[in-house]
Design a protein around this ligand. Structure first.
Ligand SMILES: Cc1ncc(C[n+]2csc(CCOP(=O)(O)OP(=O)(O)O)c2C)c(N)n1
Ligand SMILES: [Mg+2]
Length: 740
């Protein structure tokens, strides 16, 4: 061999190794799906939804995926997660078993079903890791297409980092905006409005987003003819294609079993999106679902024999194998041997996951049993307790409920005996130890929790002018933008005219079109822009024009934003501020105050209802010090009222979770919030003429509410409570009553 031949041979060797490595990952992933289904059907796991039939395109995606990039996808992506090194076989099974330990199931610590993937953006102390040094996956949610709005924001962050100065000096989140946000979605889920809303917005914004559509012609049992016009998503998306001198998308179509074409397509897409910030859609056709949709059914019920036969032949792994043999990458025998090896590896990983899941519980059982043995020795109920011990020991695979209910059954019998105290102690320490595994991180548990924010009062002097209240909020935003380069705001009419009530007047001119931006009329994706950008270290403020229209975004706030810290066991966060305005009852949609609906949907967020613009400004200043998502509802009829301009704009804070007594009185406590307070104050003045003194409390913060219990203290004094608001009967006022 001469040098040239040697180099060529070497390159071919490298190529072979890479392809075999790819195939191995895909094969292991397939074996996980096959064994995973069996684990569910034999009762070890409750439900399984797997990535079989979608392995090969995910290898191609993983090859094009670089450090700093983000995925926003759905439950089919296990092969991708394995290929980027974020999911091992043992972790895959830990997720399937719902192992309540974030070190065992790094996707969610057992909080989500298997198939909901995530990487860790935060360290043990809740601080950002260097996201540009790792491959990132935003945490999946179950609602189909729910990953789309967030994807838009993840992509937009790159655009902001590339074009706004003085951001991210340490390159923790971005290296010059070179990161791509990769979306995945099933063909049927493209029927959702969120899909189309996101595609349109990405075309307008021109952000580095690559959207893969895994097309297997079905959504559970429902065929493409019921899902998609022309039965082809790429056909109908053609109008979004970029032409010379227009914005738009690059649109690529590729067969899901064609490994070399997939690798080429993904490389191309990556380059277009990364370098030029042009979004790309990849329609990956001819995929299959070898085991059907999930463990809840079998696809023989709805696929024809011809379709099933086609799926066997065009199974992407079978096709990749054939291609490898045809191209001398490996022989058929070598691949069969490799398949066997993968199968063994998966079996071992599964076993390890099951022991890791079961052993701590067995250990807890042993602790209880040894306590019960000693309790029994001094008890008149000895034989009853011994029976309980033997029943508990007989359970081959105990769960925590078995342990706790045995402890309680025995406790009921030994009331009054010396064993009572030991058992009570066991039960309460068991709860203290175990409960956080299931409930921690509904809110941030780091030092940026709202409880750590100091209250700073607004400062006035004799010369403080009295102004239209909108100027207080505007000048406060001005300070916020000047001080914090990572803050940006966007919404309908928020840019050029500075919002419908001119609370942002002149700020676009001052801070640029990227930081103070107009957005299309598309509330869900305005929210998604905020979520995605907040997940990449920016401090977005998403503006929803009126409270009445928050409902379009409520689903994504509830499912995605409010659950993020919880569902990742504190490993991801999106400290997004949502700004809106409402209250004042003027019609069905202009403008109501459906606060009950909102606070019940948004546990995991703060919901704040400032009564005036100074209070609102103080909330924004406070929220920027926390790392928790929040909704601020300004009073729609408050912008033209007069308020005194504070001297310390951008600094004073309104405390979160603390009420304010705005009038003292001894006869009745009236609790309210927002616009109604002014009416109540007038009524209180009238009542005073009749000798009735009303104590008025402004709730200000509905979630969390009154953490100092000041309302109860007032009630102890007055013995009477009236809760007033503009919501429907049984709405937020019922919540307040329940809290008090
Ligand atoms: C909003 C919503 N509606 C219904 C479901 C139940 N569901 C889960 S997956 C699915 C079908 C999705 O099909 P497709 O997008 O083609 O993905 P595939 O499973 O075929 O890969 C449905 C209806 C859901 N998770 N969310
Ligand atoms: Mg499908």
């Amino acid at each position: 061999m001469n040098q040239a031949e040697k180099t060529q041979a070497l390159t071919f060797e490298d190529f072979k190794i890479e392809v075999i490595n790819d195939y191995t990952i895909a094969r292991i992933s397939r074996e996980c799906s096959l064994l995973g289904r069996r684990e569910v059907l034999t009762g070890k796991a409750k439900f399984g939804i797997f990535g079989d039939g979608k392995e090969v395109p995910q290898l191609a995606l993983a090859k094009a995926f670089k450090n700093g990039d983000f995925r926003s996808g759905y439950y089919r992506d296990q092969t991708f997660m394995m290929a980027i090194g974020a999911l091992s076989v043992q972790q895959f099974f830990a997720g399937l078993y719902g192992h309540a330990d974030i070190n065992e199931d790094p996707m969610s610590g057992g909080r989500q079903m298997g198939g909901h993937f995530a990487t860790h953006s935060l360290d043990e102390n809740g601080n950002w890791k260097k996201l540009t040094d790792q491959k990132n996956s935003s945490a999946d949610i179950s609602p189909t297409a729910g990953q789309m709005p967030r994807l838009l924001g993840l992509a937009q962050a790159s655009k902001i980092y590339r074009n706004v100065d003085n951001l991210d000096k340490d390159q923790k989140f971005s290296v010059k905006g070179n990161e791509v946000a990769w979306g995945t979605i099933g063909n049927a889920s493209t029927s959702e409005g969120l899909f189309f809303e996101t595609i349109n917005a990405a075309g307008v914004l021109q952000v580095p987003m690559v959207m893969s559509i895994w097309d297997d012609m079905y959504g559970i049992s429902v065929h493409a003819r019921h899902q998609t016009t022309k039965e082809s998503i790429s056909e109908i998306l053609k109008g979004f294609q970029k032409e010379e001198d227009t914005n738009g998308f690059e649109l690529l179509v590729v067969k899901g079993w064609d490994y070399p074409s997939l690798v080429e397509t993904y490389e191309k897409a990556s380059k277009i999106a990364r370098e030029n910030h042009i979004p790309v859609i990849i329609h990956v056709k001819e995929l299959t679902q070898p085991q059907g949709h999930s463990t809840s059914g079998s696809h023989e019920r709805y696929k024809t024999p011809e379709r099933l036969e086609w799926e066997t032949k065009y199974d992407c792994l079978a096709q990749m194998k054939q291609w490898m043999i045809a191209n001398n990458v490996a022989t058929s025998e070598e691949l069969d041997e490799l398949d066997e090896k993968c199968k063994k590896e998966v079996l071992e990983g599964k076993k390890a996951a099951w022991s890791a899941y079961l052993n701590p519980i067995k250990e807890e059982r042993n602790q209880l049993v040894s306590i019960l043995v000693s309790v029994a020795s001094n008890s008149v109920n000895k034989s009853f307790i011994e029976q309980q011990i033997s029943d508990l020991n007989a359970i081959k695979e105990p769960i925590r409920k078995d342990i706790l209910s045995t402890a309680r059954k025995v406790l009921r019998k030994v009331i009054g005996e010396p064993g009572q105290e030991v058992l009570k102690e066991f039960i309460s320490t068991y709860f203290d130890k175990i409960q956080p595994k299931y409930s921690a991180f509904t809110y941030s548990e780091g030092d940026k929790n709202y409880k750590n924010i100091q209250e700073i009062k607004p400062i006035y002097d004799d010369n403080s002018p009295i102004v239209d209240a909108r100027l207080v909020i505007r000048d406060n935003f001005d300070q916020i933008f000047a001080k914090n380069p990572e803050v940006l705001i966007f919404g309908e009419d928020s840019g050029y005219i500075g919002d419908v009530n001119q609370g942002l007047e002149g700020l676009q001119e001052k801070y640029g079109e990227l930081r103070v931006a107009d957005a299309g009329i598309r509330e869900a994706t305005i929210l998604g822009q905020g979520i995605g950008m907040a997940m990449r270290g920016l401090r977005p403020i998403a503006e929803i024009q009126y409270l009445d229209y928050l409902l379009y975004a409520l689903q994504i706030m509830s499912d995605d934003l409010a659950t993020l810290q919880y569902r990742t066991h504190g490993k991801q966060k999106a400290p997004l501020i949502v700004r809106t305005r409402g209250h004042r009852l003027e019609g069905i949609w202009h403008s109501g105050s459906p606060m009950g609906m909102i606070i019940h949907a948004l546990r995991g967020m703060h919901v704040l209802v400032p009564r005036n613009m100074t209070k609102a400004a103080g909330f924004y200043n406070a929220l920027l010090q926390t790392d928790e998502p929040a909704l601020v509802v300004e009073c729609l009829n408050g912008y033209r009222l007069k308020e005194k301009m504070p001297n310390n704009l951008g600094e004073f804070t309104t405390p979160i979770g603390v009420v304010e007594t705005i009038r003292e009185g001894k006869d009745i406590t009236v609790l309210s919030y927002g616009s109604t307070l002014r009416i109540i104050q007038q009524a209180a003045n009238e009542l005073s003429e009749y000798g009735i003194e009303v104590e008025i409390i402004d709730a200000q913060s509905l979630l969390p509410f009154d953490t100092n219990h000041d309302t109860v203290k007032s009630l102890q004094k007055t013995n009477r409570l009236l809760v007033i608001d503009e919501d429907v009967p049984g709405g937020a006022s019922s919540y307040l009553l329940q809290q008090v």
